[in-house]
Design a protein around this ligand. Structure first.
Ligand code: ATP
Ligand code: MG
Length: 370
């Protein structure tokens, strides 16, 4: 029995709709390129990854549209030429609306049932989350190795240091009130105390203290720090601006740790600005932020501490979290390592954005509830 043509067309159409819906629903970008290099299909996920709309792309030349993405072009050209499937999960980036998206790509030949190659199907997977996660794991690994090493060293140094300080104190007592040598014993005692302070911080860094959680009013914590620091730098021309979102509820956190965290960031900003500058602290709520693709989304609070100081050179940016990385003459370089640990213990995230000459912004994300 032959089917009436309009009904067959209907089936064809609805089948076409069905396939289109399937492709549009795929979470990975799908782009189909004909043998002549013209794009014939561009799904919504591809729009999201590349920043191009379907209207801009379907009917346009793939080579022209992606002229700057050499890695991507090479893959598509090769599949079109050879009919081979090619994958690259490491090296491809797509520039889209001012950001660079790392993507995992596979390009398949588009083959008719009779074996004729008529184009290429390109799939793109946004792997930003995977890259961020990999970087976070690498950083945490490095910090934990360094932390363990440093803690071992600290233990070893602690006892002899106590001996040195004790001996210097005895010597001080032996010397007369106005003995010239008193100056030397004081240097020994003062410097021993400095080392002792570093060691205590290091040991604390290496041992998880556990959080003492309670509802914390973030703005109270931040306001308090700002007020004290304003006083401390009253002789300088530093302006403090606070822009707090009043709708932020109390968050479950360790108040003492958060004070330490934000004090470190604010002190760093003040150090960086020298005698004059503008320090801004802002807060807002970020809803439905996902730390990784698989984690359930949770509401986070964002606090940003920005300064208009000299900024951090690009080559230093990845080192600032390491223990003992400091560019200050009297700095121990433990401040940001401690900040990183406090944020991690709160299951949050911290990052630094800085461009030399344009200041520095530290962004802290903390979950509203633990
Ligand atoms: N806001 C900022 N602007 C410019 N550089 C910064 C800023 N914050 C941190 N840095 C850089 O990062 C380095 C590490 O900071 P970190 O707080 O860990 O140590 P530190 O401030 O040098 O010493 P301390 O242990 O006393 O805090 C600093 O020495 C500085 O070079
Ligand atoms: Mg510091």
């Amino acid at each position: 029995m032959t089917m009436p043509s309009d009904s067959s067309e209907q089936i064809q159409n609805s089948l076409g709709d069905y396939y289109a819906t399937v492709i549009d629903s795929v979470g990975d970008g799908v782009i189909v390129v004909g043998h002549d290099g013209v794009i014939t299909l561009f799904n919504p996920a591809a729009e999201e990854i590349t920043g191009f709309s379907r209207r801009q792309t379907v009917g346009a030349s793939f080579d022209k549209l992606f002229a700057n993405e050499t890695a991507l072009l090479e893959i598509v050209t090769k599949t079109l030429r050879t009919g081979i499937t090619i994958s690259d999960h490491e090296n491809v980036m797509v520039r889209s609306a001012g950001r660079i998206v790392p993507v995992a790509v596979t390009c398949y030949p588009l083959v008719l049932p009779n074996g004729e190659h008529i184009g290429a199907i390109l799939t793109l997977k946004d792997i930003t989350y995977i890259r961020e996660l990999e970087a976070a794991v690498r950083q945490a690994d490095r910090l934990s190795t360094l932390g363990t090493l440093a803690a071992g060293l600290a233990h070893e140094v602690k006892n002899p240091l106590g001996g040195i300080k004790g001996a210097a104190q005895l010597l001080e007592r032996e010397l007369g009130q106005d003995d010239e040598q008193l100056e030397y014993t004081r240097v020994v005692i003062r410097e021993s105390e400095r080392i002792d302070h570093i060691i205590r911080e290091l040991l604390e860094l290496a041992s998880p203290r556990g959080l003492k959680l309670s509802p914390v009013n973030l703005h109270e914590v931040l306001g308090h720090i700002l007020q004290l620091q304003k006083h401390a730098v009253a002789d300088k021309e530093i302006t403090f601006t606070a822009q707090f979102d009043p709708s932020i509820p109390a968050i479950m956190a360790d108040a003492e740790m958060l004070t330490r965290l934000f004090l470190n960031l604010i002190l760093n900003a003040i150090d960086a600005m020298g005698d004059a500058g503008r320090l801004t602290v802002t807060s807002r709520v970020l809803s439905d932020y996902r730390m990784s693709q698989n984690e359930r989304s949770s509401r986070m609070v964002v606090v940003e501490v920005s300064d208009d100081g000299p900024g951090i050179p690009r080559e230093d940016l990845e080192n600032i979290w390491s223990p003992f990385f400091s560019t200050k003459s009297g700095g121990t370089g433990l401040g940001l390592t401690i900040c990183h640990k406090i944020v991690a213990e709160h299951r949050g995230m911290i990052k630094a954005d800085s461009h030399p000459g344009h200041g520095t912004k530290f962004t802290v994300l903390l979950p509203l509830i633990q």
